[in-house]
Design a binder for this molecule. Structure first.
Ligand code: MLT
Length: 264
């Protein structure tokens, strides 16, 4: 693990392997540890970079809203610090929301885009109210109940039933999230803009990966993105929920390798 000191927080990150650079952006309320199968399986072929966003893992926290713009700029600061010109960006769920901001603001810094378990649409009114409710719950009861409530949202029914070691691993990964991180993310996701108008304008090669049994974001959202993003590809992984990179890591890694091998 390496660390960089930014003006308002310290970012922890992994930077492993050589070759084309791929930056993995984790979802809420996770951290870079969720990308362990990608660090293990892809770093022989690629330069794999995985930060802990502020408020997560070994990075420090800041108070207030973590807007998707703020988090995208943190990712840009990381690649600038590492002297990388163009990266492949792989964002999962909230990481995908951050990736949309990145592709909009910094398209010239992208070699390609991998959108996993994410959606272009903003929160509905009901979704925003749920975020407020979760923030209040976190302020009163701390992170533990939030983490427990998240587990059934993150894995497929198959994984929940048959892979107790994965459930436990996921619980441990989430346990390092801070209260500031939970509140910062939820407030930022609640305010995020609609990225659908951006989709037809995306010109970088794009791969969409989605779990067929994602309990949080239905596969129809991925199909809609595939239709709207020119020349994009869609891979749907069976028996996977919201975390196909953990639930079917070999197939997930292979999809990324195939995609990157066939992009210029
Ligand atoms: C995530 O997995 O990053 C979040 O749960 C996505 C969301 O809440 O919209």
């Amino acid at each position: 693990m390496d660390k960089i000191q930014f003006p308002d927080f310290t970012m922890a990150y992994e930077d492993i392997g050589r070759g084309k650079a791929i930056l993995f952006i984790h979802g809420y309320p996770l951290n870079r540890a969720m990308w362990q199968p990608q660090m293990d399986g892809l770093s022989q072929s690629l330069r794999v970079i995985a930060p802990d966003l502020r408020g997560h893992g070994d990075s420090t926290s800041t108070k207030g809203t973590y807007s998707m713009e703020l988090l995208a700029d943190d990712c840009l600061s990381l690649i600038n610090h590492l002297g990388i010109d163009k990266v492949y960006l792989c964002g999962l769920s909230m990481g995908g929301y951050i990736s949309f901001v990145f592709v909009n603001k910094y398209p010239h810094r992208l070699a390609g885009l991998i959108l996993t378990s994410t959606r272009a649409n903003p929160d509905t009114l009901e979704g925003k109210a749920n975020r407020d409710h979760t923030i209040q719950n976190a302020q009163i009861n701390g992170a533990a109940p939030i983490i427990e409530n998240m587990i059934p949202n993150l894995l497929s029914p198959y994984s929940l039933q048959n892979r107790p070691e994965l459930v436990e691993k996921l619980r441990r990964i989430m346990q390092s999230v801070t209260l500031e991180g939970i509140i910062g993310d939820l407030s930022g996701m609640k305010e995020r803009k609609d990225s659908s108008p951006l989709l037809p304008l995306i010109t970088v090669p794009t791969l969409i990966i989605h779990g067929r049994d994602d309990p949080l974001i239905p596969v129809s959202e991925a199909q809609a993105m595939k239709t709207a993003i020119p020349h994009s590809q869609l891979v749907i992984l069976d028996r996977c929920g919201h975390l196909p990179n953990l639930e079917a890591s070999n197939q997930f890694n292979q999809a990324i390798l195939d995609f990157i091998t066939h992009t210029p």
